[in-house]
Ligand binder design. Structure first.
Ligand code: C5P
Length: 221
């Protein structure tokens, strides 16, 4: 089935802009599937780190991505039988992932896995290039932004809430560095699609953002 016959909503934006939470809620509300494309890049990165592959070795990183067969089950992610749900969210993996994601071979290997996620009754996909590269025919494209400080504060609260330690300055610097790398790369850089709706969530709560996206979706029908 072509992209056009399956309803797709894309939610792109910088790190920690809240895309995942919003995408999951919108998907649940519409009864659609949900694709967390960042998780695929994170899984590829974790697999490479585990295999001792250097982050500068594009060829070996591509080979790791090509062999990847993650299993998503009951909200958990398994890699070769191991539950990696939490491991892929560590700060170490987060920082390494934006380095791995610049490699065209890795992006190409993960492209098909992402395309396959478009299934009826519909898909909400979040990432960096969902609207520009992976699902260019999506019926609704949203590009979510928020200042690096606001995003770092949200991440800070999340980590503290989980009982972890966190440093707001370091988180802000890390997010700015990831944004820079994601925006400046040659292949599929982070940028809004020409037909994307821009949503600055700096002063918005989760419910408000979900409502806005659902309103846009209804308007797009
Ligand atoms: O969305 P999340 O923060 O989990 O993504 C982790 C990293 O994966 C991003 O910083 C980015 O480098 C990469 N990514 C990407 N393209 C996507 C999704 C994520 O390059 N569609």
């Amino acid at each position: 089935m072509s992209d056009k016959s399956i309803p797709v909503i894309t939610l792109d934006g910088p790190a920690a802009s809240g895309k995942g939470t919003i995408a999951e809620r919108v998907a649940a509300s519409l009864g659609f599937h949900y694709l967390d494309s960042g998780a695929l890049y994170r899984i590829a990165t974790l697999a490479a780190l585990k295999a001792g592959v250097s982050l500068d070795d594009a060829e070996s990183l591509t080979a790791v991505a090509e062999k990847l067969s993650p299993v998503f089950k009951d909200g958990r992610i398994f890699l070769e039988g191991e539950d990696v749900t939490l491991a892929i969210r560590s700060e170490e993996v987060s920082a390494a992932t934006s380095r791995v994601a610049v490699i065209p071979g890795v992006r190409c290997a993960l492209f098909e896995l992402q395309k396959k996620a478009a299934q009826l009754p519909g898909l909400v996909a979040d990432g960096r290039d969902m609207g520009t590269v992976v699902f260019p025919d999506a019926r609704l494209k949203v590009f979510m932004t928020a200042t690096a400080r606001v995003r770092a504060e949200r991440r800070y609260k999340q980590l503290i809430g989980r009982g972890e330690t966190a440093d707001l300055e370091a988180l802000t610097a890390d997010l700015e560095e990831r944004d820079r790398r994601d925006s400046k790369r040659e292949t599929a850089p982070l940028k809004p699609a020409d037909d994307a709706r821009i949503l600055d969530t700096s002063d918005m709560g989760i419910e408000e953002v979900v409502k806005k996206v659902l309103t846009w979706w209804n308007d797009a029908q």
